[in-house]
Design a protein around this ligand. Structure first.
Ligand SMILES: Cc1cc2nc3c(=O)[nH]c(=O)nc-3n(C[C@H](O)[C@H](O)[C@H](O)COP(=O)(O)OP(=O)(O)OC[C@H]3O[C@@H](n4cnc5c(N)ncnc54)[C@H](O)[C@@H]3O)c2cc1C
Length: 288
């Protein structure tokens, strides 16, 4: 199906994109890689009258270190996230996550900013972004603000961004040494999207877990931190029995998705299995 008719304008700067968003109001949409927006426009699930192309704004590109943080421009493609040495050095969890997004064409065109702004329940990044405790920088008519990962994913296809804001960069605190990581995913065989994706970070002090962070995507309408399991494992020795016991709590109190890709009960079982795997792999990497 073809999209409904729309007008197209290219913004040359973030400031110009914000002005255009203000001028056109709710009828306008930013477009970056187009790999989420164009499919839903073709299905007529979105019918923006005005597209504002931010794809060539140089200030939204690039990866840099800023003190103890890694800063990733919103227009960084999934392929760049998966191959940038600075990201691999400071946040290999994100490297792994980006390499698992869709197929080569999607990774070459789609952007990390677009994926986060779109807030698809089946998107891969939210699990890692939550576990990494990243912060999203949003720029709007009143300046910039920082949004913590825990506040960013609000609802199904809804992020904390306002309609007149541009997501400009993602800031990731660099992890302490001795931190292991893992991203485990059950992928939809046709699209690659996550039916369930679990990201885990484990920092060890000897045999004992000093810190455990777990993000879950795909399983429910909004990605979540598995806080109860993190609490249960902090200070514990991460052997198979402890991890299996803790992972068996996954999904309790969470509204799981129940759709043609998997029932809520199936997603709960898959989440528990992937969490166990992710924690054991992360603990193994932390041990070196
Ligand atoms: C066949 C296929 C398979 C896929 N498989 C996967 C997968 O396995 N895992 C996965 O995670 N994703 C998958 N995707 C989605 C893909 O990752 C998209 O690239 C991504 O979700 C959106 O990025 P984009 O740059 O293409 O955004 P666009 O499609 O350009 O935009 C998406 C939305 O975000 C908004 N937006 C974009 N950039 C910004 C910004 N900087 N600030 C504010 N708002 C912004 C737009 O207005 C729009 O509403 C798949 C897509 C396709 C087509």
């Amino acid at each position: 199906m073809n999209p409904a008719p729309f007008a197209y304008q290219r913004a040359e700067s973030v400031q110009e994109a914000i002005s255009l968003l203000q001028e056109h109001g709710e009828s306008a949409k930013l477009i970056a890689g187009g790999h989420s927006l164009l499919p839903i426009m073709k299905l007529r699930l979105a019918e923006p009258e005005q597209l504002i192309d931010i794809g060539r704004i140089a200030e939204l590109r690039g990866v840099r270190r800023d003190g103890d943080a890694l800063v990733i421009g919103a227009l960084t493609t999934h392929r760049q996230v998966a191959t940038d040495p600075a990201i691999t050095g400071a946040a290999p969890l994100l490297t792994e996550t980006a390499s698992r997004v869709g197929d080569r064409q999607v990774r070459n065109r789609g952007t990390i900013g677009g994926a986060l702004a779109h807030a698809d329940a089946a998107s891969d990044y939210p699990a890692a972004i939550l576990a990494l405790e990243a912060t999203m920088t949003a720029q709007g008519p009143n300046g910039t603000r920082q949004i913590a990962a825990s506040d960013f994913f609000v609802d199904f296809l809804t992020s904390a961004l306002q309609p007149d804001e541009v997501l400009t960069e993602i800031r990731i605190p660099v992890l302490p040494g001795g931190t292991g990581w893992s991203y485990q995913k059950l992928a939809n065989q046709a699209s690659g999207y996550a039916i369930v994706g679990v990201a885990a970070l484990v920092t060890l002090d000897g045999d004992v877990a000093r810190d455990v962070r777990i993000g879950v995507t795909g399983a429910s309408p909004v990605a979540w931190r598995a806080a109860a399991i993190e609490d249960a494992l902090r200070g514990a020795a991460l052997d198979e029995a402890a991890v299996t016991r803790a992972a068996a709590l996954a999904g309790e109190g969470v509204e799981m998705l129940d759709d043609l890709h998997g029932s809520a009960a199936y997603r709960t079982r898959v989440t528990r299995g992937l969490m166990q795997r992710a924690l054991l792999e992360a603990a193994g990497r932390a041990r070196g």
